[in-house]
Ligand binder design. Structure first.
Ligand code: 6PG
Length: 240
């Protein structure tokens, strides 16, 4: 694993750096493989980054969008990660509808939706039930409790290692999430973390020794590149 940590002075610089990194990986992916695949994070931090990507002149027909996790709500619900990304980015660019791969959340049963998303991913990447396909980029946030995607502390989702997608839970509210082994199969995993409230969790995640099930972001140890992009408020006290 190639782990890098960058601390940027503020949110604006964090977004600018995130855009620069993603544009570089997008160009490389399209040059080498003819397409770019990215899984988006939800929450609030990535919204300005999505708005910045929407302003770029890109080969949208070669870009495929997935979600690393989704709340189990309809796509028009205010909590929907898909809705946030469509409003901030996808509705503003000429990307083919077939290049947008939202998590199904209308089956009435999270386990059914989870299996359906898994099959969609396997069909897209033409991979067997044993393989973990590699997205070019998995973009992640991190909660104050060190969760990432919808891998929350001390939940069953943290123990699922033989699937791409599983059902997560936050306060009894179901979520659909990438499993940590699927995240770790990515060519690049990029965390975008901002705010002083994230410092305690970051200290635990970066500690040499710690409990992965208490601090789930510790589980993210990709074979490829791991890049932590932090603003100074979040990362200012981390040991260099
Ligand atoms: O569905 C979600 O909410 C996200 O995927 C979640 O993992 C998020 O990235 C973190 O909770 C950080 O959220 P903020 O960026 O809002 O702090």
């Amino acid at each position: 694993m190639n782990k890098k940590v960058e601390v940027l002075p503020d949110i604006s610089a964090l977004v600018t750096r995130g855009l620069e990194v993603i544009m570089s990986k997008l160009s490389t992916a399209i040059e080498q493989r003819g397409q770019f695949t990215i899984a988006l994070a939800g929450g609030s931090t990535p919204k300005p980054l999505y708005e910045a990507i929407a302003s770029q002149d890109l080969p949208w027909n070669k870009i495929h969008i997935f979600w690393g996790d989704e709340r189990y709500v309809p796509p028009n619900h205010p909590d929907s990660n898909e809705l946030m990304a469509r409003r901030a980015w996808l509705d503003r660019v000429d990307i083919p509808a077939t290049n947008i791969h939202p998590v199904p959340t209308l089956d009435g049963d999270p386990a059914t939706s989870s299996a359906k998303y898994e099959q969609h991913l396997r069909d897209f990447f033409h991979c067997s039930s044993k393989e973990f396909p590699s997205l070019d980029v998995v973009l992640l946030g991190m909660g104050d409790d060190a969760h990432t995607a919808s891998l929350f502390p001390h939940t069953p989702a943290l123990k699922v290692r033989d699937r791409l997608i599983t059902v997560g839970n936050k306060d009894e509210n179901p979520r659909i999430t990438f499993t940590y082994p699927f995240i770790n199969a990515a060519r690049s995993v990029i965390f975008l973390v901002a705010g002083v409230n994230k410092r305690p969790a970051l200290a635990q995640v970066f500690a040499a020794v710690g409990d992965d099930f208490t601090y789930p972001s510790r589980l993210i140890q990709p074979q490829g590149e791991l890049l932590w992009l932090l603003d100074a408020a979040a990362g200012g006290e981390l040991p260099a």
